[in-house]
Structures are given as C-alpha cells and as structure tokens.
Design a protein around this ligand. Structure first.
Ligand code: IMP
Length: 181
C-alpha cells in the first residue's frame, strides 16, 4: 500500500506496479514532513511517524529537485518552493543561467516490520519555459538527459520508463519479488 495525498504519484506507482504484476492500494493521507538534511532522512522520519498509525505493509515517497547552479536548491525544500514561487519562480531565478543541469531524486521508505529505503535518480536539464500539461509539480520544467520533451509533455507510461520514481520503484519491487521466493 502507498500512503500519499498526491494523486499524480499514486497513478505513476499504480501503473508501474501493475506492469510488474503487483496490485497497489492507495491510502490518501497527508502526513507531516520534517525538513531534514536529505530526502532519505525526510522519508525515514515520515515513515516512522506513520508506523504508529498504520498496521500493515506500506510505503511513502519523498522526492526532490536538485539544481546544480543553485547548489542543490530547492532539494529538501522542493514542496515548499513549488507551493510558493512555483515553476515560474525557478525559471526566473535561472533566467541568465547557462548551466541548467539538475537532478531529480526519489526516496521510497517501505515498512514491513523493518524500515527499508530505496532510491532512484534521473539527471536532466531545466527548460527555459514551462512546457506540457501532464504530470505534476516540476514536470513542466524538467527535461531528462537524452530527451527533447519535459516530463509534462510525456505520457505517464513514457515518464515511467526513465524517471527517478521508476528507478526507486524497481528497487522496491525487486526486493518484494525476492521476499516472495
Ligand atoms: P514530495 O515532498 O515528495 O511530495 O515532493 C516535493 C515536491 O516535488 C512537490 O512539490 C512535488 O510536487 C514535487 N515532485 C515530486 N515528484 C515529482 C515529479 O516526479 N515530478 C515533478 N515534481 C515532483
């Protein structure tokens, strides 16, 4: 089961899990996210908090966008920055910047009696304008390396072939498959 109040995240995971023969349940719940030093720590802390409430196996996803020329900003502040200055604010900050390299990271924290962390990273470029209507959050300004389109110009199935979330989800599903044997 995934615990998230973000419908976009759930849909991506739902598709990835289905493709791999897993059925994924959704618990739509907003939970506290402390601003700690890394997304792994944020995910671990939130998961730990939720283990006091949820009594079955579940996972959460904490993700962040790390922009090279901004020394990794917004990073662990990605959620706050998205809801305050948003994509337009990021583009403004980077108006005359030629180094547009960035990294999207996902940390999955999974609980099955113990806490496990799985990671995924995708490098890319920050576009010069917002493009595309799909996805959520920073999708309209992130172009994965080797692609022309932003995440928001891709269908979920295409984003799910290359994304930071896909890579972390594969790590989790490999663990789940091994556990089944
Ligand atoms: P969260 O803390 O993992 O929910 O995400 C931090 C911020 O990054 C939120 O504003 C999300 O909308 C955004 N975000 C997380 N994952 C993605 C993604 O795959 N694409 C674009 N934005 C994302």
């Amino acid at each position: 089961m995934i615990v998230t109040s973000n419908k976009g995240k759930f849909l991506e995971y739902y598709q990835l899990f289905r493709e791999n023969g897993f059925e994924l349940k959704h618990y739509n719940l907003k939970y506290p996210e402390e601003q700690l030093g890394s997304i792994d720590e944020v995910a671990r802390r939130s998961l730990y908090y939720l283990t006091g409430i949820i009594k079955e196996e579940f996972f959460i996803d904490d993700s962040g966008l790390f922009i090279d020329s901004l020394n990794g900003f917004p990073g662990v502040y990605s959620s706050y920055v998205q809801s305050t200055i948003g994509n337009k604010g990021i583009l403004k900050l980077m108006r005359n910047e030629t180094n547009r390299n960035a990294l999207f990271k996902t940390s999955i924290a999974y609980y099955d009696g113990d806490i496990h962390i799985f990671n995924g990273e995708t490098r890319g470029l920050i576009s010069t304008e917002e493009r595309g209507k799909n996805g959520f959050g920073y999708d309209p300004i992130f172009i994965p390396y080797g692609e022309e389109m932003t995440y928001a110009e891709m269908e979920t199935i295409e984003k799910n072939r290359i994304s930071h979330r896909y890579k972390a989800a594969m790590e989790l599903m490999n663990y789940l498959k091994k556990k089944k044997i």
